[in-house]
Design a protein around this ligand. Structure first.
Ligand SMILES: C[S@@+](CC[C@H](N)C(=O)[O-])C[C@H]1O[C@@H](n2cnc3c(N)ncnc32)[C@H](O)[C@@H]1O
Length: 157
């Protein structure tokens, strides 16, 4: 199985990017992982929130292959413990999914079309984080999940 994380807009914070790169490198030891950044939409100031979500949604859906399984990162999604999330990843691997695609929404979340296409929603917390911070938190949880599956001493219960 491959894992892809789709996110909108480059991270302009260097410290955050350094940490994202660090955990991406660590995670790549366990699984083929790609963080794909969808460029920010131009002239967003002229768009309503709904129009921005719709355009971002079209870009997100254009990145998917027919066999991809799409899971949204969404504060209203299913919440897991880190061990529970590692179990979720193992089940996806066992089920023969080729590419598991997680996606982080833009500043206003996801369009209805993206919600309709998704096969699941995962929440990191009931609190809302910035779409930039979620990248780091989620990549660290993926890394943590694989260290749990490999019984490595990163996670402590
Ligand atoms: C600023 S939030 C969007 C906020 C708000 N839900 C909305 O729809 O207007 C941007 C993105 O970050 C991700 N996100 C933020 N907090 C999250 C959380 N607690 N769990 C999972 N994903 C989260 C989601 O993908 C969300 O679409």
């Amino acid at each position: 199985m491959n894992i892809k994380l789709l996110a909108i807009g480059k991270t302009d914070n260097k410290s955050l990017q350094t940490l994202i790169d660090d955990y991406t490198k660590r995670l790549s030891f366990y699984i083929k992982f790609d963080l794909e950044i969808i460029p920010d939409i131009k002239n967003v100031k002229n768009l309503s929130e709904a129009q921005q979500k719709e355009k971002e949604g079209e870009l997100i859906l254009s990145k998917l292959s027919p066999t991809d399984q799409l899971i949204l990162l969404d504060e209203n999604g299913k919440s897991f413990s880190s061990v529970g999330f590692s179990d979720f990843l193992q089940k996806k691997m066992n089920s023969g999914v080729k590419t598991l695609v997680f996606v982080i929404g833009g500043p206003y979340g996801f369009s209805e079309e993206v919600y309709k296409k998704a096969q699941g929603k995962v929440s990191l917390s009931e609190m809302t984080f910035s779409h930039q911070m979620v990248r780091l938190f989620f990549i660290e949880q993926l890394y943590r999940g694989f260290t749990i599956l490999k019984n490595e001493p990163y996670h402590h219960q």
